[in-house]
Design a protein around this ligand. Sequence first.
Ligand code: UD1
Length: 417
Amino acid sequence: MDKIIIEGGRPLQGEVTVGGAKNAVLPVLAATLLTSGLNEIRGVPRVRDVNTMIALLTALGARVESFEEDRLVIDTTGVRQHEAPYDLVSTMRASCLVLGPLLARLRRARVSLPGGCAIGARPIDLHLKGFRALGAQIVLDEGYVNGKAYRLQGAHVYFDSITVTGTANLMMAAALADGETVLENTAREPEVVFLADVLNQAGAKISGQGTDVITIQGVPVLKPLDGRIIPDRIEAGTYIIAGAITGGEVEVKNCVPEHLEALIHKLQEAGVVLQVSANAIQVKPAGRLNAVNIRTHPHPGFPTDLQAQFMALMTLAGGQSVILENVFENRFMHAAELCRMGAAITLEGHTAIVRGVSELGGAPLMATDLRASASLVLAALAARGESVISRVYHIDRGYEKMEQKLSRLGASIRRVR
Ligand code: UD1
């Protein structure tokens, strides 16, 4: 298993370019199953979750025609299989995104039920409730979701709580259903808006994306998809925090500042000096930061996917920061690792109380999930001495060329096998 070794304490300097968003490309790849033909997706990040989704599409009968640079061409003409097996779904929860497209296109789906994961139970009951409302028969059997539908019929679906992949799954199923579907209490994440836009370009009739009510008029067929993936706001946020935590000067290019408003406000409140332009954000050196409080919420609230990284930043701020995790029940696995570096963090249920310390020290560290791993990298960049981070396969799920990008910013970082 690979490890990442970081010698911390160097202010980062220079430019870094953000890639396409993992959470935007995964639903779009699943959505290619709604079509029959050559789908062309550009701006695709080379991360492990993308490879897993490609393996899943291939198992369902799709063919990757080419994957050069960041351009992926997928032929979905031969999609006939309807089973997403356990070995793929268990490595990536977002595999459940094929449920909606399979039900819509093949009228059948057998998808392994994702289990719990490091950050919580994460059920998909709301997805299933929505499919049932559209007229699908859903049976859980031997750890699989078995779905069948003679036809999908537009319906009114109310999500009891906001779910990002649930909104995407239902939007995809409803795109080819008969009649009108109204989804209420939907996710407003930029990745959901992007999926709706890509589907609309292919002939879908979706409106209201970006609000909490999405209306879909079903159409009989969609053209193959064609689009460029939006920049990854979580990757962008991670590099902005990398600049801030090392007291460096970093320009993060190819990002959409409107997608990062909650983070930008919180960083500015903490005293980080930012220069925001149309598609870049520059972090300037500042003195010691002030502790600020955050609460994670669905978009446009502070994203749970940046909570761990922000906590790393707060370990070195002056004063006490209260971090409330509202989206997932167990998303503080990084706290204990940060404490091993000298951070002072107390956990009380969904709340972390972080008392800023004057410095962190390098340590052997264990990555536990994707974003927790990023927070350890950030802390290690700022810490005095060497850190060795193991289980870095979590990082490879969602960060493209992280060591190369950080090295180019002047970090002392290397991967060993
Ligand atoms: C997506 C993102 C993930 C991000 C999360 C929250 C992708 C591929 N992943 O995950 O990076 O951290 O949004 O912004 O886009 N829930 C239920 N029942 C359901 C569905 C969800 O109880 O049927 C709960 C979950 O357990 C969780 C909360 O709702 O506590 C939000 O989950 P959800 O928005 O569905 O997260 P994902 O879509 O899995």
